[in-house]
Design a protein around this ligand. Structure first.
Ligand code: FBP
Length: 253
């Protein structure tokens, strides 16, 4: 995990939404994976998250790569499941320093994903790569995926399953997120970005809360590359997360 950290903190640029949501998230500029690769480098991100297809065609090795090895479209309805679509060997060969895997905890299909992640984690560790688990409680059984006890359960699930880091949603306040971080134990916690917040300050306040609660950083996509000025957002996140500055300082040029 150390490769993704700076001052024990990290900011990962997530760009697997083309598969997860479709191009509806994109505009003329950010639909181009080459733009994201430049942004990851210029914005001093600690890692960039791609699916295999983008990594093979656009990854240029300037920023550590996290390769998502499972995924799904949002065209399928019903209980969520995302199966492996890239081997760990392929992730290694394309230059990844970590594999990423989404587990929909609480889904009727969670056992498939827990089993698959278990095998993937072992294969990744053998090749010297970290295993990062996106743990998203989702499905009929989950009424509120940001309820503090659910987020803490997600964090703990990642630790128990062998994740080196877990990517979880923010609970909305520092106190309850602290319990999630504590539940994750030695697994690093990355806050999940989510849809674009109404203002930059709104988003940065959430990030500040997650960091104050003990998170190592965040994995963020839309709040950066949907911004009218992605580099400015990247710089604000750098000041806040890596340099540990306040929201006001982060927003100042
Ligand atoms: P965002 O910052 O854009 O939310 O990206 C984080 C992420 O985990 C992506 O890696 C993934 O594609 C997406 O969120 C999943 O979103 P959803 O919650 O709609 O499944």
């Amino acid at each position: 995990m150390e490769v993704f950290l700076h001052n024990n903190r990290g900011i990962l640029l997530a760009y697997d939404q083309g598969l997860e949501h479709g191009p509806t998230d994109f505009n003329e500029r950010n639909v181009d994976p080459a733009f994201i690769m430049e942004l990851a480098n210029a914005g001093r991100f600690n890692g960039v998250v791609f699916q295999k297809g983008l990594a093979e065609k656009y990854y240029d090795h300037r920023v550590p790569l996290i390769l998502k090895v499972n995924g799904k479209t949002n065209l399928v309805k019903g209980e969520p499941v995302a199966r492996q679509i890239c081997s760990v060997k392929c992730a290694f060969e394309v230059g990844a320093k970590a594999v990423g895997y989404t587990i929909y905890a609480g889904s009727a299909h969670e056992s498939l994903m827990l089993e698959e992640f278990g095998r993937i984690q072992e294969e990744a560790h053998k090749l010297g790569m970290a295993a990062i688990a996106w743990i998203y409680p989702r499905g009929e059984a989950i009424k509120n995926d940001t309820a503090p006890e659910i987020v803490a359960y997600a964090a703990r699930t990642g630790l128990e399953a062998g994740a080196d880091a877990v990517k979880i949603k923010y609970t909305g306040n520092v106190e309850s997120f602290k319990w999630a971080v504590k539940s994750a134990g030695k697994a690093k916690v990355f806050m999940s970005g989510g849809p674009k917040a109404p203002t930059e300050a709104d988003f940065l306040k959430q990030v500040r809360g997650a960091i104050d609660a003990g998170a190592a950083g965040l994995a963020v996509g839309r709040n950066v590359w949907q911004s009218s000025n992605p580099l400015r957002m990247a710089s604000a996140l750098y000041k806040l997360v890596i340099e540990d500055r306040s929201v006001d300082e982060a927003l100042r040029d």
